[in-house]
Design a protein around this ligand. Structure first.
Ligand SMILES: O=C(O)CCC(=O)C(=O)O
Length: 291
């Protein structure tokens, strides 16, 4: 599904976009399910295990910024994580044995969809090695205008940045106090049905959606099966049940990766949006009231 040049580009830049991975039927079904989830959010008043709600959410006008772990809530999203086209790309980038780490759908509604401050996924879940990436399945066309993800190339081979504020993890880098050229960031754009692949250590973020077009991005995180989380494995059977290709192993591969633990935990739990509310300085901020 991808060429040796694309694999080399991923390793060089820390990010790769592959067009036309989803077929029309998969795209239609994914969008139908997302709409259904959003409608059902009308019955929910507060963040819960399924929904992270936008400020301004009301039962009669549901506003959802994230559907959490969709692979746990509908078999379609679990099946998609194991679809042959996706697996062939994952194996080219991560090796033969791959485990799903997690999933989420970030929804940026027109005019108010929330920004995500600069961060490295690695700061949230350090492992014994960094053969780990996130896949962004574009359920809408992703453009600069509707808040496409922005990735700073080649940051995946650099340091692990501080994601703390006032001594607690906050899931965001301080844009005023880190040595990153955010101006070098590239927008991860593509047509609905495309997928992006960004390295777990790549610095990325995204702006608020101020356009009149929605931006739904289904994110899956995948790890080589021999990358073990430094926070431990509470349930080995559940851990191994998330293997999507190859075999599980109890022999982690250790490499000399820089690590900083996401501890003490963020005062605001539940999602990256909540974690980042305690960030001291913001780069993107929310430019328009979500009320
Ligand atoms: O939705 C986005 O644009 C950014 C997503 C992201 O980086 C995250 O949720 O960790």
């Amino acid at each position: 599904m991808i060429s040796a040049q694309e694999v080399a580009a991923y390793h060089r830049n820390g990010v790769l976009v592959v067009q036309d991975v989803l077929d029309a039927a998969q795209l239609r079904e994914a969008r139908r399910l997302v709409d259904e989830f959003i409608q059902k959010a009308g019955a929910v008043a507060n963040h819960n295990d399924v929904y992270d709600l936008e400020p301004g959410h009301r039962p009669d006008a549901p506003r959802v910024r994230r559907i959490k772990t969709p692979h746990k809530h509908h078999p379609f999203f679990w099946d998609l994580a194991r679809s042959p086209r996706l697996l062939s790309i994952l194996q080219a980038l991560l090796g033969p044995a791959v485990r799903l780490h997690g999933s989420k759908i970030n929804l940026k509604a027109p005019h108010f969809g929330s920004p995500v401050e600069w961060h490295q996924d690695w700061a949230f879940y350090p492992h014994t090695n960094d053969d780990i990436l996130a896949v962004g399945v574009m359920l809408d066309d992703c453009t600069v205008e509707n808040g496409a993800m922005l990735v700073v190339p080649d940051t995946h081979r650099g340091v692990v940045h501080d994601h703390h504020a006032d001594g607690y993890f906050c899931g965001a880098m301080d844009p005023t106090d880190c040595d990153v050229d955010f101006g070098a960031a590239v927008p991860v754009t593509g047509k609905a049905g495309a997928m992006s692949f960004h390295h777990v250590r790549a610095v990325h973020g995204s702006a608020q959606n101020l356009s009149d077009k929605p931006r739904a991005l289904l994110l899956y995180e995948f790890a080589a099966s021999n990358a073990w989380p430094l926070s431990g494995v509470a349930d080995l059977a559940a851990f191994n049940a998330r293997i999507v290709a190859g075999e599980p192993t109890i022999i982690p591969r250790l490499t000399g990766v820089p690590v900083r633990m996401p501890l003490p935990p963020a005062p605001h739990q539940g999602s990256i949006y909540e974690n980042q509310t305690s960030a001291k300085n913001r780069y993107f901020g929310a430019k328009q009231s979500a009320a």
